[in-house]
Design a protein around this ligand. Structure first.
Ligand code: ADP
Ligand code: MG
Length: 613
């Protein structure tokens, strides 16, 4: 027996592997168990056509045992085993996968047989053992052979193979743990509880029993593989709560069993409440990804569009081409196909919830409505078709949440636009002077109280050919209190006064105008140009200097029919100092009704007191 060197490229790969491909050391167990499962699959498959195998399906198992004193963990299987040649070829050349060769050698007919369900195909999993082991030994007896072989290696310096005895067909992989060091407590893997936990986490759905201390640890048939009719709502909810650590039942469960371009099964959950960290950077989105019963990735973000990142769940597919580490999915076609079809499924399920269980949907919307709006913003409206049906807004007339479509359905035929008003609260919007002409017409107004609402409305643009219009818009599509001509005439007549008011406000407003929209209120504040008050508020709440520089160009609108306007005119011709005070008072009043902060509260207080004495 002589010491053999790994092929040179193998040495480099081994190094790379141990140090960088896998991010979690604990996955070594998943890899060894997957190999054991593959080996059993192969022998079980052989048994279908070869009576001499003499094994029942029920006889197969994977056993994990621990020798604390020797710091050893053994993973044993009664699968197909390896001959000396196979040992040399499969474990001596890294990145050569015996399982892949086995699979490619099958005819299509055989592949269809279903009994074969092999996980391995990359030829690197085995070496992950060296992340935790200073020495790995493999004792294996191939099916159909009398003798067995012993392979041992301490890592990159090579391996030795020698004949040995083994009573039955199968493989034992024995790893001797590294010594504990500051960064890593390898001894933790010697605890049976820890191993059981890891098996539950990564290998729960391996379809052969995984036994520790005589106890089968894995549940073997995943809930998402069972047919829809066999799984009760309660079971789904219990699974969800246990797996995703939620205390509430999900608002909706989505089950998918897809065949075609890519075959996969999925079980998705829409939570009812947002986790406490949902709208913060610490929330990690993604679906758990399995292939052939083995968990590959805990949070595969590529499977979920960002707008639905609140969805939790599991996807299981055998059709994925994975890169060598299995921990990182290539951004490949199959994943994109699955993601696209899940997006549609989630959308239609949310639509169904909205139709059939409004109360539950509203609970969901309170948690995640903002996410849906961000979904529209983030892609510059690319996803608006998908998402705008799912939005709810408070209806000023109906005093409850309505969808955009419901609003449109109730519009009287002559109503031109979908009106919305932005503000901090329902009561704040109720008090907005500029909503008055629309209310007078008995048209409904959608109340928008989220900072992003106005930008979302701009991106949505229109619904069923009805344009969304802010109540601040210059053209509301209704006969205003005053006609255009009259307003223009009033503006010409009062030019001097209007300019005076603007100057008195010292640059706080870009323009002062005669308003056509006001009835009982003397003033209101609107804007001109692209930035509105809502946008200004939204940006000023964001961190950073740049954002706080974004300012709306304010327009003070005066109601020419209001007695206050006459008082202003009189002051302007008789007492300029008084007129200046009036201008400031009116501007403050417009800020207050618009829900904007008063720039100089003590000046306002003084003005008011001054008027009283
Ligand atoms: P992969 O599983 O991706 O093929 P691995 O590095 O995990 O790659 O394993 C390499 C090869 O070693 C496998 O393809 C298989 O042929 C062989 N092998 C590993 N473990 C066992 C085992 N327990 N029984 C039989 N063959 C095994
Ligand atoms: Mg493997």
């Amino acid at each position: 027996m002589s010491k053999r060197q790994f092929k040179t490229e193998s040495r480099r790969i081994l190094d790379l592997m141990i140090n960088s491909i896998y991010t979690h050391k604990e996955i070594f167990l998943r890899e060894l168990i997957s190999n054991a499962s593959d080996a059993i699959d192969k022998l079980c498959y052989r048994a279908l056509t070869d009576d001499k195998v003499g094994m029942n399906r029920d006889d197969f198992r994977i056993t994990v045992s621990v020798d604390k004193d020797a710091r050893r963990i053994t993973v044993s299987d009664n699968g197909i085993g390896m001959t000396a040649d196979e040992l040399e070829n499969n474990l001596g050349v890294i990145a050569r996968s015996g399982s892949l060769n086995f699979k490619s050698a099958l005819t299509d007919e055989e592949k269809k047989d279903g009994e074969l369900d092999i996980i391995g195909q990359f030829g690197v999993g085995f070496y992950s053992a060296f992340m935790v082991a200073k020495k790995v030994a493999v004792i294996t007896r191939a099916y159909g052979e009398e003798g067995a072989n012993y392979w041992v290696s301490s890592g990159a310096d090579g391996y030795t193979i020698k004949p040995c005895e083994k009573e039955s067909v199968g493989t034992d992989v024995v790893i001797e743990l590294k010594d504990d060091c500051e960064e890593e407590d390898y001894s933790a893997f010697l605890s049976a509880d820890r191993l059981k936990y890891l098996i539950k986490k990564y290998s729960d759905y391996i379809r052969w029993p995984i036994v520790i201390d005589g106890e089968t640890v894995n549940s073997m048939t995943p809930i998402w593989q069972r047919s829809k009719k066999d799984v009760s709502d309660e079971e789904c909810a219990a699974f969800y709560k246990e797996k995703f650590f939620d205390i509430s039942d999900p608002a909706a469960v989505i089950r998918v069993s897809a065949e075609g371009q890519v075959s996969y099964k999925a079980m998705l959950f829409v939570p009812e409440k947002a986790p406490y960290n949902y709208y913060s950077a610490s929330y990690e989105a993604g679906l758990q990804l399995y292939t052939s019963g083995v968990m590959i990735m805990d949070k595969c973000a590529e499977l979920l569009p960002d707008c639905f990142r609140f969805v939790r769940g599991v996807v299981d597919s055998q059709d994925l081409s994975l890169n060598i580490s299995r921990e990182m999915l290539q951004h490949d076609r199959q994943v994109r196909i699955i993601a696209a079809s899940l997006e549609k499924k989630i959308k239609s399920e949310l639509g169904r919830l909205l139709e059939n269980d409004r109360e539950k949907y509203e609970a969901f919307f309170r948690s995640f409505g903002l996410q849906l709006k961000y979904g529209i913003l983030e892609n510059y409206g690319m996803k608006k078709e998908l998402l705008c049906d799912l939005l709810l807004y408070y209806s000023g007339r109906e005093k409850k949440l309505v969808t955009l479509r419901e609003y449109v359905e109730k519009m009287p035929p002559e109503q031109k636009y979908i009106y919305f008003a932005c503000g901090d609260s329902i009561s704040g919007i109720d008090a907005l002077p500029q909503t008055e002409p629309i209310r007078d017409k008995n048209y409904d107004i959608l109340y928008m109280t989220d900072g992003v609402d106005e930008m979302v409305a701009a991106l949505i643009g229109s619904v069923e050919d009805k344009e969304l219009r802010s109540v601040n818009s210059d053209d509301l599509g209704i006969d205003a209190a005053e006609s255009r001509d009259e307003i223009e005439k009033a503006e010409t007549e009062n030019r001097e006064l209007l300019d005076f008011v603007r100057d008195a406000l010292g640059g706080a407003v870009a323009a002062v105008k005669i308003s056509g929209r006001l009835k009982s209120h003397p003033v209101c504040l609107t804007t001109q140009g692209g930035v509105t008050l809502e946008m200004e508020k939204y940006f000023s709440a964001l961190p950073g200097e740049e954002a706080s520089k974004i300012k709306a160009e304010r327009v003070l609108e005066l109601n020419p029919a209001h007695p206050v306007f006459r008082a202003l005119q009189n002051a302007f011709s008789a007492d300029r100092e008084k007129a200046e005070k009036y201008a400031k008072l009116l501007y403050s009043q417009s800020l207050l009704t618009a829900g904007m902060p008063i720039e100089n509260p003590s000046e306002l207080a003084e003005l008011i007191s001054g008027l009283m004495v």
